[in-house]
Design a protein around this ligand. Structure first.
Ligand SMILES: *Cc1c(COP(=O)(O)O)cnc(C)c1O
Length: 365
C-alpha cells in the first residue's frame, strides 16, 4: 500500500499541503547561492511573523528536540539554578536535557491533564532566594493535549524574578495564539512538522535581547548548536553549515500559505476544528476528554475500561489507514490523541472519528 493513502491525525508529523509536497520535490539548490539565501531570509522573516516577534530568529537543521537542547546549551552555565514547570512528557524532556548537561533543574510537576498553575509557580519563585537563571515551559504539552497560559506564567516570572522565560512552542505554534514579544517570552522554540505544515527536519528559535546577553555569557559546551555562529551568518543570508535545503524550500511555501491566510485566521480555524472534535469525541463517541484545559492542537480522550488501545490503534492503522496517536509513557494504551492542527481538515477528523466509533462498537462499547 502506498503511504499516500494514510490519513495522518498525529500531532507531528502532520499532513503536507500539496503545494508544499511539490516544493519538496523540486531540483535542489546549493545553499551558498543568492537564490537560496533569498528563500532562507524569507523563511526567517515569516517565522518572525508567526512567532509575533521582532527578536533575532534562528533556524536549525534538527527536529524540535534539537532546539530544546540548543536552548539549554546556549543559555546556561555549570551550576545555574533552573526551573522546569512540567505539564507532561515534554516538560520532563526539558529536565532530562538539562541533566545531560550537568544542570540539576528544580521541577514543578503538574498532574497530567492539568495546565501549569500560576500560583504554584509564584509561590516557588518567592520561596527561592537567589532565583533561577531560566524557567522552562511548554506552550502546549502534546502528551496531554493541555495548553498553558503562557501570558500569565511569563508575567509571574517577570514579577518575581530575573529569570529568562523559555517556551517550547513546538506543537503550539501556528495553532494556538502565541505572542512572543507582547507576553515577554525570551526564547520561543518550534519545529517544522506540526502547525508549520512542513516535514520534520527544521527547528526555529526566537531569541530576545535579554536572552542574547545570557548566550554570550553562558559556559556550557556547544558547537553545532551554537546560536552565536547562527546569528553571525544571518546577515549573509546563510547558516553556518549545510541546512536541510529541501525542507527550507518546503517551509517557505507553507509559511506563504500561513501568511496568505493570516495567523489570526489560522488560530481561529484550528480553534473551530478543535471545538468540533471535542464535541464529536465526547458527544458522538461518549468518551471522556482527558485535558482539563484542552489545547487546540489535539483532543485526548480516555478509552473505556477494558479496551486495549494499543491493539485498537494498530488495527486502525493497518486496516483503516488512519493514524491516531496513542498515549505517551504512563498513558500508553489508555488514551487516544486526535490531532487537528496544520493542514488536517474536518473531513480527516470526521473519518478518524467514524473509524474509531466502528472499532469501539466492534469491541462492544
Ligand atoms: C513534538 C514535540 C517536541 C519535539 O519532538 P521532535 O520529535 O524532536 O520534533 C517537543 N515538544 C513538544 C511539545 C512537542 O510536541
Amino acid at each position: 500500500m502506498s503511504p499516500k493513502e494514510y490519513i495522518l491525525l498525529t500531532p507531528g508529523p502532520t499532513p503536507l499541503p500539496p503545494s508544499v509536497r511539490a516544493k519538496l520535490g523540486e531540483p535542489i539548490l546549493h545553499h551558498r547561492t543568492h537564490e537560496f539565501g533569498k528563500i532562507f531570509a524569507q523563511v526567517i522573516a515569516d517565522m518572525q511573523y508567526v512567532f509575533r516577534t521582532k527578536a533575532t530568529t534562528l533556524m536549525m537543521t534538527c527536529s524540535g528536540t534539537g532546539s530544546m537542547e540548543s536552548a539549554v546549551a546556549n543559555l546556561l552555565s555549570p551550576g545555574d539554578k533552573t526551573l522546569v514547570h512540567s505539564t507532561g512528557a515534554f516538560g520532563n524532556r526539558f529536565a532530562k536535557i538539562q541533566k545531560a548537561y550537568g544542570i540539576e533543574p528544580m521541577t514543578i510537576f503538574e498532574e497530567w491533564g492539568e495546565a501549569a498553575q500560576p500560583d504554584r509557580l509564584r509561590k516557588l519563585l518567592q520561596a527561592t532566594p537567589g532565583g533561577f537563571k531560566a524557567v522552562f515551559f511548554q506552550h502546549t504539552d502534546t502528551s496531554t493535549g493541555v495548553v498553558n497560559d503562557i501570558e500569565t506564567l511569563a508575567k509571574v516570572v517577570r514579577e518575581n524574578s530575573d529569570a529568562l522565560v523559555v517556551v517550547d512552542a513546538i506543537s503550539g505554534l501556528a495553532a494556538e495564539r502565541l505572542e512572543t514579544d507582547a507576553w515577554g517570552v525570551d526564547v520561543a522554540l518550534t519545529g517544522s512538522q506540526k502547525g508549520l505544515m512542513n516535514g520534520p527536519g527544521l527547528a526555529f528559535a526566537a531569541v530576545s535581547d535579554k536572552a542574547w546577553k545570557a548566550v554570550l555569557a553562558a559556559k556550557l559546551p556547544r558547537f553545532y548548536f551554537d546560536w552565536r555562529t547562527m546569528k553571525d551568518s544571518l546577515p549573509d543570508q546563510e547558516t553556518p553549515y549545510t541546512p536541510a535545503v529541501c525542507m527550507v524550500v518546503g517551509q517557505a511555501e507553507a509559511l506563504r500559505m500561513i501568511r496568505e491566510e493570516g495567523i489570526e485566521n489560522v488560530w481561529k480555524r484550528t480553534d473551530a476544528l478543535a471545538e468540533h472534535t471535542r464535541k464529536e469525541v465526547a458527544g458522538k463517541l461518549g468518551l471522556k476528554l482527558f485535558a482539563k484545559n484542552p489545547a487546540n492542537i489535539l483532543t485526548g480522550a480516555w478509552l473505556p475500561d477494558g479496551v486495549d488501545g494499543n491493539k485498537l490503534l494498530k488495527e486502525m492503522l493497518a486496516e483503516d489507514k488512519i493514524s491516531i496517536a496513542n498515549g505517551q509513557e504512563k498513558l500508553k494504551g489508555k488514551i487516544i490523541r486526535i490531532a487537528h492542527m496544520g493542514h488536517i481538515t474536518k473531513a480527516d477528523v470526521d473519518a478518524g472519528i467514524a473509524a474509531l466509533g466502528r472499532r469501539l462498537s466492534k469491541v462492544g462499547v
